[in-house]
Design a protein around this ligand. Sequence first.
Ligand code: UDP
Ligand code: MG
Length: 329
Amino acid sequence: MKLVSVVVPCYNEEEVLPVFYKEITKVTDQMSKDYPELEFEYLFINDGSKDKTLQVFRQLADKDKRVRYISFSRNFGKESGMYAGLKNAKGDYVVVMDADLQHPPKFLPEMYSYVKDGEYDCATTRRVNRKGESKIRSWFAMKFYKIMNKISDTEIVDGAQDFRFMTRQMVDSILEMSEYNRFSKGIFSWVGFNVKYLPYENVEREIGTTSWSFWGLFKYSLEGIMAFSTAPLAISSLLGILSCIISFILIIITVIKTLVFGEDVDGYPTTICVIFMLSGLQLFCTGILGQYLSKTYLETKHRPIYIAKETDEMYRNRKQKNKKNPTEK
Ligand code: UDP
Ligand code: MG
């Protein structure tokens, strides 16, 4: 038998979870019929939700043995959720998908058909359009991918998503990247392997709301650049060299003007301009340096990527105990 773990990071998804569970089990039950060798487990991650997501997990765990869950002590972000899921998944294959049905479960059989013979190590969907997204957001996204792929050695595929069907081997490689600043789009691509991209039209979120603000996405894209490229550091050195050249030329011009043509030099404005330009450049470059330093600082602390407060195992044990000694709390 082969076990497929379906990992689902959830943040405030109480409304959509029952629908998601219904959809996913419909597809996986059919798959178990078509491929008798397949078994499934569902591993839900509660990323510090403020609504009743955890209670929904418990209900699902009550009625379905295949449901497992991990509940974080606070919101750690989707990246941490995915990491926790991959780390705790027991399957020979691992699927990562969103709870909001923007990653349609109907793709799973097709994905499995590519991965099962070992020809591909991973099957994933790739958006062919950005329907239902604002123009500015699409424009920024496009620019991000362009810049990113210019300055990074790791290819970041435009439109690729965190909806993946992976082999155990690939999952283990991803887990070996235990970095604290996690940028999955880069990590998935950095580990290599054969990836099959299935084109798909963007689906809009039907229930609940996205937890990504424009500013949040912008910060995330900077994280991505810093995690997978050191080009900004090179840019700062280049700017330094450039400003040296400019000031050198200015000095020569000034000297010639004074010595050869006997002109007065307007001291005040030129000095102010130069001071402004150079101090600006210096601050900019120190800033870039500081950003990398801060990332290094966080990495060297070796903080855990997530902290689990409750798991299905704890919940099930507690229930068992209560059943045995109903008076004890
Ligand atoms: N998510 C999470 N932690 C967060 C934010 C989001 O686990 O801090 C989950 C969320 O529940 C969903 C998935 O990540 O299953 C994608 O989130 P969302 O739909 O908000 O993002 P989008 O689809 O707009 O990229
Ligand atoms: Mg979504």
